[in-house]
Design a protein around this ligand. Structure first.
Ligand code: ADP
Ligand code: MG
Length: 527
């Protein structure tokens, strides 16, 4: 494979987009990803679910000579895509364990004869000698790794066989390689590149903001209050589609559905423990708008492509932004305004951390706690939720939200009255800003407040000048000031997996005395 890579013109690329897919234009990020792939650069594309990742490898595969490989973790995903490609007249096939002998043989035949443009395989296939032998006979210019986060050992969907991709690529040396995922924080992206053996990939993260999804969150004082609020939301929803409600446990789905039924709402529940007859009936009724509400665990949702969900409720603290975003994304797929509400309690946090603590693997426990804490922090804040989401995934469009997203509770009805600080409060806030500046973004909130208190606890450095500068302040007050300074744009979160605090531009001018510090007084969202 030493020949010069062929080059592809803009006209040809757009021509194929129209001819094979029927689209006039690319979605956010797609053109960049495709350009990198075609130019022979390795690429990592982080686009949200439904963002159009498949096109990013299908189109280059059609343009290139030979047969491109797509590594995919799920038979159902492969089959759907193969069927859709064939309907568009593109020769594609998959090799998977659900095929009988004759089917498999027909695919292998077409593959070695070079008749396919795309071949989908599971990661396990990469070890099969028979498959490796066939590869000797075929030109494979491009390998696409779909759902690439499955390679992350502490990730939420680790798949051992994905670790075989790197040696496979090292041996095959395809000219073009790209990896696709909907969930990878900036920190995890470098881990992902390394584990797949990508040296200097172009990374594209785009399209996470969905302006039609109105995000709300509210801290509930009791389970009864949570149920009451849920009932209100279900009754007040717009449209004909049922409300989709996610609860953390099987028991919680049944409790909430029973409560709704008692109140005269036509509700069902869905979880992994239900009989499969019961589950498919619930699913059918849900899709046919025969329910007012379906309360489900996260076992529900894969493969449900209902475009008109107007209300989605989280009945607990989501475990991570990954889970949250994936579930949120099931609302308003038709682009119309939809309401997404998280009703959370402090007890949820304790339950989740207890469950994480039961996990045997310390590496997993640590990663899972970090994911949980990021979510928890965002919900305790009164500020833009979308900004937090985009920050978490490292989407550069976060900059465009500086003046508010107009799609979350904080930005749409800013009840917060800003108060200019003076006296003791001002002194505390200035001390926090000073400390953050001295530490240059290297420490998180918990340690910063301990430094200011002058704590002698392990891991609290005593070298910063501001060490012990607020000995009398309460830790909880200082933490709350940190949050408000974050919310007000004086501080910013830097780093994603290991969030630390950095000084934002506004914080700098406050320290220089060029700007007053005015922060929100409403503290209802704080625990
Ligand atoms: P992902 O894998 O990122 O979750 P898919 O590749 O399954 O998303 O695409 C989701 C949907 O978006 C599909 O129905 C696809 O046809 C559609 N789509 C992809 N690219 C475009 C485009 N450029 N214009 C319009 N629709 C698109
Ligand atoms: Mg996909």
């Amino acid at each position: 494979m030493s020949a010069q890579p062929p080059s592809y013109g803009r006209q040809q690329v757009y021509g194929y987009l129209k001819r094979y897919f029927g689209f006039d234009d690319f979605r956010l990020g797609q053109a960049d990803v495709i350009r990198s792939i075609l130019s022979g650069k390795e690429a990592i594309a982080v686009l949200p679910t439904g963002g159009g990742k498949s096109l990013c490898y299908q189109l280059p595969a059609i343009l290139m000579p030979g047969t491109s490989l797509v590594i995919s973790p799920l038979i159902a995903l492969m089959r759907d895509q193969v069927m859709a490609l064939r309907q568009r007249g593109i020769p594609a096939a998959s090799i998977d364990s659900s095929q009988d002998y004759a089917e498999r043989e027909a695919v292998e035949q077409a593959f070695v004869e070079g008749q396919l443009k795309l071949l989908y395989v599971s990661p396990e296939r990469l070890n099969a000698q028979r498959f490796l032998d066939m590869l000797q006979l075929v030109e494979v210019p491009f390998v696409a790794v779909d759902e690439a986060h499955c390679v992350l050992r502490w990730g939420h969907e680790f798949r051992e066989a994905y670790l075989g991709i790197r040696p496979f690529l090292d041996a095959l040396k395809p000219r073009h390689v790209a990896a696709f995922t909907a969930t990878a924080t900036p920190q995890l992206r470098s881990e992902l590149a390394e584990t797949l053996g990508l040296k200097d990939p172009d990374v594209y993260v785009r399209g996470f903001f969905r302006s039609n999804l109105h995000l709300e969150h509210e801290k509930m004082a009791s389970e009864a209050a949570r149920h009451k609020k849920l009932l209100q939301l279900v009754r007040g929803r717009s449209g004909n589609a049922p409300a989709l409600i996610y609860a953390a446990t099987r028991q919680a789905t049944e409790d909430a559905a029973a409560m709704l039924c008692r109140a005269g709402v036509n509700a069902s529940f869905y979880h992994g423990g239900c009989e499969s007859d019961y589950r498919s009936r619930a699913q059918d009724e849900f899709v046919a708008d025969e329910l007012d509400a379906l309360v489900a665990t996260n076992a529900f949702g894969m493969g449900i492509d209902k475009p008109d969900l107007r209300l989605l409720v989280h009945l607990s603290l989501p475990r991570s932004f990954e889970d949250y975003y994936q579930e949120v994304g099931r609302a308003g797929r038709d682009g119309k305004d939809s309401q997404v509400v998280t009703l959370w309690r402090g007890a949820d946090y304790r339950t989740q951390s207890f469950l994480i603590d039961q996990q045997p693997d310390p590496g997993y426990r640590e990663a899972a706690m970090r994911r949980l804490n990021r979510m928890y922090d965002a919900l305790r804040s009164t500020h833009c939720v979308w900004k937090r989401v985009l920050e978490y995934f490292g989407d550069p469009d976060v900059a465009a939200l500086d003046r508010g997203c107009n799609a979350c509770v904080g930005c749409r009805n800013p009840k917060r009255e800003l108060r200019s600080l003076d006296g003791k409060d001002l002194k505390s806030c200035l001390a926090i800003l000073t400390c953050v500046k001295q530490l240059d973004g290297r420490f998180g909130r918990a340690r910063i407040v301990k430094i200011l208190k002058g704590s002698k606890a392990q891991g609290v450095p005593d070298w910063p000048d501001s060490y012990g500068s607020l000995p009398k302040a309460r830790l909880a007050d200082l933490e709350s000031f940190c949050q408000k300074l974050l919310d007000g744009g004086y501080l910013e979160v830097v780093g994603s997996e290991y969030p630390t605090l950095g000084l934002a531009a506004r914080g700098c001018s406050a320290l220089e005395g060029a700007e007053e510090i005015a922060i929100a007084m409403s503290s209802s969202a704080h625990s």
